[in-house]
Design a protein around this ligand. Structure first.
Ligand code: IPE
Ligand code: IPE
Ligand code: MG
Length: 247
């Protein structure tokens, strides 16, 4: 390889976002936290719309974690109502834009009305081919891996699976994200530098980007800047830098 060749831009097709900071955004304005969540939904619309133009093929959004059930009944109830409203109001637009919406997470803990709407919009948008939009709702990386492990154990107990067949590919197939590629990039807003139980298995080799911007202030312009910066990084996956590689 030519030592002076410019490295290929890193392929960033699947972006996952930890949309954090809605509560602080509202508190700074003297508003109830739920107002911050409402403002956050507006950002979701804009970022989703911008993805195809920015070369993003899959977008996964962390909307509600398994730990978020610990919040007040008022906040949880308000968020659940917001999810139901989002599904009802977005269905037509998502279909028009060719967006396929799917959910990951433990649906068993969700209200049956919301669960029904989730199934409905997944079917409504199933033919979308422009963008895969994945919403992580009642989602926890550990919970997802535990559910996958349980399913494998059941298959072994029933004689449908040999333990020798268990490998990384099979485990990935048992996760909620089975049909999707791993994220290339995980972005977290609001200045916190942690994963908070998001895509623990899938993000093994994701690039990470943190910004102080609170989610309701996160613009398409900042999203484009982060993508440009990350596409300039070299992703090595354990290999040595391309400029040093021989043969
Ligand atoms: C993220 O915003 C949205 C959810 C977790 C549902 P937060 O509600 O965590 O906002 P902060 O972190 O309190 O500012
Ligand atoms: C992570 O944010 C979950 C979502 C953005 C949905 P949190 O605000 O719940 O995370 P911690 O508690 O600060 O780690
Ligand atoms: Mg938070």
């Amino acid at each position: 390889m030519n030592r002076h060749a410019t490295p290929e831009p890193a392929e960033i097709r699947h972006v996952a976002i930890i949309m954090d900071g809605n509560g602080r955004w509202a508190e700074r304005r003297g508003l109830p936290r739920l107002k911050g969540h409402q403002a956050g939904v507006e950002r979701v619309r804009q970022i989703v719309e911008a993805c195809p133009g920015l070369g993003v093929r899959t977008l996964t959004l962390y909307a509600f974690s398994t730990e978020n059930w610990r919040r007040s009944a008022e906040e949880v109830g308000g968020l659940m109502a917001l999810f139901r409203r989002y599904i009802r109001s977005e269905a037509a637009r998502l279909r028009e834009e060719g967006v396929r919406l799917r959910f990951i997470g433990d649906r068993g803990r969700l209200d049956p009305r919301l669960r029904q709407l989730m199934g409905w919009i997944e079917e409504e948008t199933a033919s979308g081919t422009v963008l895969d939009l994945v919403v992580a709702l009642s989602y926890g990386g550990r919970d997802e891996i535990v559910r996958a492990a349980r399913r494998m154990a059941e298959a072994v107990a029933a004689g449908r699976l040999d333990t020798e067949q268990i490998d990384a590919a099979l485990l990935a197939d048992m996760l909620d994200t089975a049909p999707l590629p791993d994220p290339d990039l995980v972005i977290r807003t609001s200045g916190e530098c942690r994963l908070s139980n998001f895509l623990l298995w899938q993000a093994a080799y994701a690039e990470l980007a943190f910004t102080d911007t609170l989610w309701p202030d996160f613009t398409v312009a900042e999203f484009a800047d982060i993508l440009a910066e990350v596409r300039g990084r070299e992703r090595r996956f354990g290999r040595v830098p391309a400029r040093l590689a021989r043969g």
